[in-house]
Design a protein around this ligand. Structure first.
Ligand code: FMN
Length: 228
């Protein structure tokens, strides 16, 4: 089984998407080592941020048995580079031997509900391409993983590792892990109270403000288009 993972984050190799999918690949490769029947398992990772290499990216898509398109949720939908890549797939609609396709959508907001609309779009996309739909993994609350201590990310990384092992063994996502990862469909009341407290004290915005300062954009926090 030849699996190609397309990383659709504009942050490329510095992305949260990469961190999660690295754990997935570790699991996938572990399954490849022990799984004698499927010992020709192979995983490739390609970065959609290289839009100048579109021909190579499309070739990888065409040659794969399975494809996973993994990306961060951007304004409740896909980043521009993912949309551009999807548009380039149009000539492949209905092609024989199109790969099976699955998706990983990870986001800043913790609630899975934010990714449900794009999930519908992705399922429709596979129908239009004539690919078998392998499902969509949705995980919210991911933005902080690069600064969180290991005890806070251990469970998440382990879930992606186990997802990879299962995929290596079966060529499909594990439905139980998908449900575990999307367990906060909407935040329960007690978490909303905690969040309101964190917003009131400024803790909720600490990380975002530090990012704005790091990028010299803090003064523009509330910038908006001018109406003339
Ligand atoms: C331009 C932009 C738009 C975003 N839109 C959303 C959004 O609509 N909903 C959400 O939950 N997170 C949103 N996020 C947060 C990202 O999905 C989140 O930080 C993700 O973990 C980034 O992953 P990456 O490092 O792989 O790019 C947005 C981030 C950016 C930069």
């Amino acid at each position: 089984m030849k699996l190609t993972i397309f990383n659709g984050s504009p942050r490329g190799k510095g992305s949260n998407t990469k961190i999660l999918m690295d754990h997935f690949c570790k699991g996938f490769n572990a399954a490849a080592e022990v799984n004698a029947v499927e010992n020709n398992l192979k995983v490739n990772v390609a970065y959609l941020v290289h839009t100048d290499k579109m021909e190579e990216l499309l070739e990888l898509f065409e040659e794969a048995d399975k494809v996973i398109l993994a990306f961060p949720l951007y304004t409740d939908c896909v980043p521009g580079i993912v949309k551009y890549f999807i548009e380039q797939l149009e000539p492949l609609c209905g092609r024989e031997n199109n790969p099976d396709m699955g998706f990983v959508v990870q986001s800043g907001f913790p609630e899975a509900v934010h990714s449900r609309a794009v999930e519908k779009f992705l399922e429709k996309l596979t129908r239009r391409l004539g690919c078998k739909y392998l499902g969509t993994v949705i995980k919210g609350g991911v933005e902080g993983i690069q600064v969180q201590p290991p005890r806070m990310t251990r469970e998440l990384f382990d879930s992606f590792y186990r997802l990879g092992v299962h995929f290596g063994k079966t060529g499909a996502f594990d439905e139980t892990i998908i449900r575990e990862l999307a367990k906060w469909e909407r935040l329960p009341g007690w978490r909303l109270v905690l969040y309101k407290f964190a917003a009131f004290t400024g803790i909720a915005n600490f990380y975002w403000n530090s990012q704005l300062k790091k990028n010299n954009a803090y003064a523009e926090s509330f910038a908006k288009p001018e109406y003339r």
